[in-house]
Write a protein that binds this ligand. Structure first.
Ligand code: NDP
Length: 373
């Protein structure tokens, strides 16, 4: 491990969190009171909705390390999980909800932020209900299945005077921030060509990810969205057109409802182009940019880390952080400071990606070039 990567994440987060600790505010960016922010307790209370793999294995453990938020409540349809989680994380019974009682969260001052970690098709409903209950919301990716749903979610948050973030953890991850800088600031000259791919071999064929009605599609909806983000954040541009192709299915029975592998190509206003693959049948995780005067890459680029990077001039060395803790702390630090969340993690950004997901499917289904600008 490099000297820089050996920096502890506590020091890293302490440095990025200093201003929120020293300049506390009693209201958020929209002038709303922050309920957990009383006395010496400057941590926002988060309620996780849906206690599946991501909540259990990543978010709840990360919330044991966060400085600006804490695990305050849970929403689950599985009573056994409620028992297990209340004991393990010392969550009071009054902060436990199921999907029917969820709306009562409006009366709970311990919960400032609702984090929706449900199957994709359920994101819109629970984000809207959370906003209507007067809570800030974090919603997992993809934000929803359709652009129309995304707009309804954005509108609900706006109407409630609350902020809506998407679970774009990589925007708080130092290796990712570095390739954003290298690309957007043209450190190796203008980006000419990007290869961004994210794929893995999926297990259980009965899970919701394999059902179009719940997932919205296959690998593209699940991990392809990282490749879309990657191409966008290293170029710093929005694509103007897309072409795409489905690969023939090698396991048609397993993938009867969603795509197995998909390829797509974006063209950007500067003339830069990108090519991407996403698949549920084999693995790849790479973000590579070729520029006029050199190149840079991350591989792995999108998983929970540690990420690894190099450039045509040598290795990229950055601090290694817990992605989920950095993300939730970043969001909650801004909420505590009364700031508007940065554009690149908001509902508007989530909607941009959902629009691109839909355009990629349209291009693959029709064989046509889809104009985006
Ligand atoms: P899981 O299938 O592991 O968990 C989903 C949970 O949702 C279930 O355990 C269940 O929790 C609840 N649920 C409620 N209704 C249903 C239903 N009809 N079918 C299935 N589950 C239901 O999914 P993940 O945790 O892996 O993914 C959840 C979300 O998080 C997805 O949108 C995914 O894209 C996103 N994600 C993001 C990652 C990231 O790195 N940002 C990584 C992994 C996932 P309960 O029993 O408590 O009701």
């Amino acid at each position: 491990m490099s000297p820089i990567t050996s920096l502890s994440r506590r020091h890293f987060l302490a440095s990025i969190g200093a201003s929120a600790l020293t300049v506390p505010s009693l209201t958020d960016a929209l002038g709303q009171p922050l309920s957990s922010q009383t006395g010496q307790d400057k941590k926002l209370g988060i309620a996780l909705v849906g206690l599946g793999s991501y909540s259990k294995n990543q978010l709840a453990p990360a919330l044991q390390q966060t400085q600006h938020c804490r695990l305050a409540g849970i929403v689950t349809g599985t009573p056994a999980k409620a028992t297990e989680w209340t004991q393990k994380y010392n969550i009071p019974a009054k902060n436990v909800y199921d999907y029917k009682t969820f709306d009562r969260i409006i009366d709970n001052p311990d919960i400032d932020v609702v984090y929706v970690v449900l199957p994709n098709s359920m994101h819109a409903e629970y984000v809207i209900r959370a906003a209507q209950a007067g809570k800030h919301v974090i919603c997992e990716k993809p934000m929803a299945i359709t652009e129309k749903e995304c707009q309804a979610m954005i509108d609900a948050a706006r109407k409630a005077n609350k902020q809506l973030a998407v679970g774009y953890r990589l925007h708080y991850e130092p290796f990712t921030q570095e390739v954003m800088r290298l690309g957007q600031q043209k450190v190796f000259g203008p980006v000419k060509f990007v290869e961004a791919s994210d794929a893995f071999r999926i297990g259980d064929p009965s899970q919701w990810r394999m059902k179009k009605s719940m997932a919205g599609g296959g690998a593209l909806m699940d991990v392809g969205i990282y490749a879309i983000q990657g191409a966008r954040y290293v170029t710093g541009e929005e694509p103007v057109s897309v072409t795409a192709q489905f690969s023939p299915k090698t396991e048609p029975e397993k993938f009867k409802d969603v795509e197995e592998t998909i390829f797509w190509q974006f063209r950007f206003p500067s003339g830069a182009v990108s090519t991407s693959t996403s698949s549920y049948t084999a693995g790849v995780e790479r973000l590579y940019a070729s520029c006029e005067k050199g190149w840079f890459e991350l591989a792995p680029a999108f998983g929970y880390g540690p990420l690894k990077g190099r450039t045509s001039k040598g290795p990229i060395e950055m601090p290694v952080v817990n992605h989920q803790a950095a993300h939730m702390d970043g969001v909650c630090k801004d909420l505590l400071a009364g700031k508007t969340l940065p554009n690149h993690i908001t509902g508007e950004e989530g909607k941009r990606d959902v629009r691109l997901l839909q355009a990629i499917y349209q291009a693959a289904e029709t064989g046509r070039t889809i104009k985006l600008a």
